[in-house]
Design a protein around this ligand. Structure first.
Ligand code: PLP
Length: 354
């Protein structure tokens, strides 16, 4: 007998990028992880928590992190206080909390295509419908992204987008948010690598919610820590939906130390942006069509060789990149800007395969 809700039975489930056991055998450029070791201050802070013991429950609101985040974010959002911030077990947890808060069975969740494929799974878990709006050829979004629709309750926008690495400028996001009849979650998982972000819109419009993660720009994908910035009356509703202790004591301490170490952040960010431009130029020289990226990866397609075949050949040769095939759009390869050594080795192998 199958006792599951029909929408759970029907859904395919989200497939994350490959995380092979013995991953050290691969040059891993498939899930946009940061190639650098996290700040030593993160490890020291986690060590101190271990030393003190883990008998007690953590702070349910991760207030130490929220206070530190205010220091970081007040340049762009002077109004910010800790009650503008909600912490999560990775930003995927934030996306789950937000979806569960706004989207009921039979409602509609809107997001662009091609984009982060988790959004569809989140809608399906709710038993909700999806309204998928294709990007235009120049990776902008048409007015239809903000158009009214029956039972439309929430819109997601990854900005910078994955897999393209492109950015919808904040002024255009503001226009979309003002026109939308529902809240807009701007998923800023890659904003630390971009030239602009939408944080300041949160103060102007209660319908704008901005999520961030420490997984990519702070090299802490294994720690699981993300957060949301929204107006306090929005945060206080979302708090009702989260698990009581959704962030553990180790991740709260590690994440707080991470965002405090701005010297580490500036240095590794500069290195990744440098590698990204080198990777972009090399791929173009090798005959790839690439999109200009403001994230830590590049979306590309070769003029002669199929993306799927290249993905398989690269895997055979010990390099993992992400092959994506989007309905109603097409396929391509998403390649993470890893370390210079990783990219040099990758480019040498790639050249031999073309
Ligand atoms: C990586 C990623 C996330 C999720 O990151 P977490 O590791 O759960 O914090 C969210 N959105 C996009 C677009 C991502 O690429």
């Amino acid at each position: 007998m199958n006792y599951f809700r029909p929408n759970i039975q029907k859904m395919a489930g989200y497939t994350p990028g490959e995380q092979p056991q013995g991953a050290s055998k691969f040059i891993k450029l498939n899930t946009n992880e940061n190639p650098y070791m996290c700040s030593a201050k993160v490890k020291a802070a986690i060590g101190r928590v271990c030393q003190a013991g883990l008998q007690k429950y953590p702070d349910p609101m991760a207030t130490a992190f929220r206070q530190q985040a205010c220091e970081l974010l007040k340049k762009e959002l002077p109004e910010i206080t800790p009650d503008w911030i909600l912490c999560g077990n990775g930003s995927d947890d934030i996306l789950t909390i937000v979806t569960r808060s706004y989207v009921d069975s039979g409602d509609v969740l809107r997001f662009p295509n091609p984009s982060y494929i988790l959004y569809k799974s989140l809608a399906e878990i709710q038993g909700a419908g999806v309204d998928i709006v294709n990007f235009q050829n120049d990776w902008s979004l048409g007015k239809e992204f903000a158009s009214p629709k029956d039972r439309l309750k929430l819109a997601f926008l990854a900005n910078p987008n994955s897999p393209s690495g492109t950015v919808i400028p904040p002024a255009a996001v503001e226009e979309l948010a003002n026109a939308l009849p529902c809240p807009l979650l701007v998923d800023e998982a890659y904003a630390d690598f971009a030239e602009s972000n939408c944080l300041s819109l949160v103060a102007q419009n209660e319908k704008v919610l901005v999520s961030r993660t420490l997984s990519k720009s702070f090299a802490l994908a294994g720690l699981r820590f993300g957060y949301l910035v929204a107006q306090p009356h929005v945060i206080s509703e979302l708090v009702k939906v989260k698990d009581s202790y959704n962030c553990d004591a180790l991740s709260i301490a590690g994440a707080t130390a991470a965002i405090e170490d701005q010297a580490w952040f500036m240095e590794t960010r500069a290195a990744i942006l440098n590698t990204r431009s080198r990777l972009l130029a090399s791929l173009r020289e090798l005959g790839f069509t690439c999109v200009d990226s403001q994230a830590n990866f590049i979306w590309c397609e070769h003029s002669a060789k199929s993306s799927q075949q290249l993905y398989l050949d690269l895997k055979q040769a010990g390099v993992l990149v992400r092959y994506m095939n989007y309905p109603d759009w097409g396929d391509g390869l998403r390649i993470t800007a890893g370390s210079d050594e990783q990219i040099d080795a990758f480019l040498a192998i790639l050249q031999s395969l073309l």
